[in-house]
Design a protein. Sequence first.
Length: 275
Amino acid sequence: MKITAAEVNALRKKTGAGMMDCKKALTESEGNIEEAIKILRKKGQKVAEKRADRDATEGVIIARVNSDATFGAVVRISCETDFVAKNDDFVSFVSSIVDAAIEGNIVDAETLLNVEMNGLKISELLIEQVGKIGEKIELVEYKSISAAKVFAYIHPGNRLATIMGLNKADVADIDVIGKNVNMQIAAMAPVALDKTGVDPKIIEAEIEIGKDQARKEGKPDNLIEKIAMGKLNKFYKENTLLAQAYLHDNKISIDQYFKNADKELTATEFHRLAL
């Protein structure tokens, strides 16, 4: 049967797939648009399998909070090229996933992949995007926070985003404080909130590095342990959020910055996703 340009255009509007792909799918389905959509989805799945070994190092990262700022989420969806990452439709697609996560108070990535949007699970929509775009598309990371006050920050370009929770909301200038500390997280990439949250493997490695440096500098054996612990404390100061020097006033730490606003104010959790 003959497939008209109007039918091809209608399928393109519904799926976003290429013109030739739409025409082939409509021909195969004998003009049945719903069947053609299924065919395109199957094609997307085949493309996804074919591209499983490809590197998807580009992507989009979006962070957002709910209407009362008590729940925040950040998601990273990867693709293969910068061209796709900068495409408005792709950015909008990633934004819609974050919106669904916020609306459903979704806690983890596994749950998010099973959320339905427009009659399909997000995992299926990702496969559909592979069919439309022709690149490997994956949900790489997803993090969420519930707190008295949650802040989100997206660095221009959607290649870096952060979310942070605070234990209090009723503090003067809380929005300014939240924004400033979120930007600090983006700029300084702390590894943990405080030293209790640092991975034991990182601590072990830092101690070993400190000891090795001390030995190479010819320090006495009885001081090597002490020197290594001193270097570890310096690592904590530079790489844990609450101990870091505040970027806008390096005479105080982030913890002191919080306490200057309210003696009980502190961060409860943060996440920083970056390409």
